[in-house]
Ligand binder design. Structure first.
Ligand SMILES: *Cc1c(COP(=O)(O)O)cnc(C)c1O
Length: 384
């Protein structure tokens, strides 16, 4: 395995010295760590590894070998389920988006598909499909997030409609799914869980409620369900503002690496970058890093956002532009052209920290990594 900051040249060609490194072993570690937070043995919740948005920007194909120990995968759309099948995943696949149109039902062409059902028309569409596979369905409760799903008043009706489909052999098992709006808060799920439990109290079927935050913070509740659905934590990011991934024993699966490609001596009073958003108060040595918002680095990251240059923590200066950004070389005067730069995910600089500085969350940065950034795969089982 090359050292973290080794320049990466896809196909052996020379390349711009910017690359993301995806560590499959970190995903494997995080999966085991999440599993360990749940009870073991019979009755233990099973685990959907959430791989929507191409595994939160990491690439499903790259990390699938590391997810072999998951009980199922969770995706957004049936086309992604198909892609997972073509990559050799035979296990269950949960489809968060269910069906967007009657035509989507034609994609129900493999066994062990689980559909999240969020409105009544989707159940009608299922009846029209030429189904041989009897997908399981999960009725989604609107809960306290109110994005998709049935409200308390409509839930019983939806369950009866689903049960009629099951009797006709159109679908298999019927489960109950909830997604919390505030699972990252200590007392964030008590009321939401009580409301959900009241709605499904008299209804048979498995239950799934917990994303990463709920699993990590409200593990006792997750333990009482049949399936958990972590995403973010699998990739080694903390869902909490006040607890780091390291504190949670999660390892970042993506790191972003670049180099200093220019050095500017900026006199006192001069500006750096577009609109002179940073004005040098004193004469400043500025390093130019080849990475910009077209690579997925957040344009809203302000002066002061942490960056690692040659192992030393320093800061972004001024406005991030499309292909480059400026950093303060005062703490690392020895840095020259070619000095390694870590933008996130290694050397103690968590993607969460960069995200917080830019007023966003880790998931947005991870999923926003641009297609033009070459990826270097590390860890066991490196795939294609
Ligand atoms: C994305 C998603 C998850 C995973 O959430 P994380 O916070 O990334 O763990 C779980 N359930 C549903 C319904 C989702 O849409």
């Amino acid at each position: 395995m090359p050292p973290v900051n080794a320049p990466y040249h896809p196909q052996g060609l020379t390349a711009r010295p910017l690359h993301a490194r995806i560590d499959a072993d970190a995903v494997r570690h995080n999966l085991a760590r999440l599993r360990a937070a749940l009870p073991a043995g019979d009755g233990a919740p099973r685990l959907w590894a959430t791989v929507k948005a191409d595994a939160y920007g990491h690439g499903v194909a790259r990390i699938l070998p590391a997810l072999r120990a998951a009980d199922g995968l969770a995706v957004l759309h049936l086309t992604e389920a198909r892609a997972c099948r073509s990559m050799g995943w035979d296990g269950p696949i949960l489809v968060y988006g269910g069906l967007y149109s009657p035509a989507d039902a034609l994609l129900l062409d493999s066994p062990r598909l689980h559909l999240v059902i969020t409105h009544a028309a989707q159940l009608d569409w299922l009846t029209q499909a030429p189904l041989a596979q009897r997908p399981a369905v999960w009725l989604r409760y609107a809960g306290d997030i109110h994005h998709t799903g049935f409200c308390a008043e409509d839930y019983g009706c939806a369950f009866e409609a689903a049960r009629a489909l099951a009797r006709r052999g159109v679908i298999g098992e019927i489960g109950h799914l909830n997604h919390y709006a505030r699972a990252d808060e200590d007392d964030g799920i008590d009321a939401a869980d009580a409301a959900f439990r009241a709605v499904i109290a008299s209804l048979p079927g498995p239950v799934s409620t917990s994303n990463s935050a709920a699993l990590l913070l409200h593990g006792a509740r997750a333990a009482g369900t049949q399936w958990v659905r972590p995403g973010l934590a699998l990739y080694g990011a903390s869902p909490f503002a006040d607890r780091s991934a390291a504190q949670l024993n999660l390892r970042p699966a993506m790191s972003l690496h670049s180099q200093i490609v220019g050095i500017q001596r900026v006199p006192a009073g001069a500006g750096v970058g577009y609109s002179g958003a940073f004005l040098a108060p004193v004469a400043t040595t500025v390093g130019i890093v080849t990475c910009g918002y077209a690579d997925g680095y957040p344009r809203h990251a302000p002066t002061g956002t942490p960056v690692i240059v040659d192992g030393v923590r320093t800061r972004l200066l001024g406005r991030v532009s499309m292909d480059m950004m400026a950093v303060d070389l005062a703490p690392v005067p020895r840095a020259c052209i070619g000095a390694p730069v870590t933008l996130w995910g290694a050397s103690g600089l968590a993607v969460e920290e960069v995200a917080a500085s830019a007023g966003t969350i880790a998931a947005e940065l991870l999923t926003g990594l641009s297609a033009r950034v070459p990826v270097q795969l590390a860890g066991r089982d490196p795939g294609p």
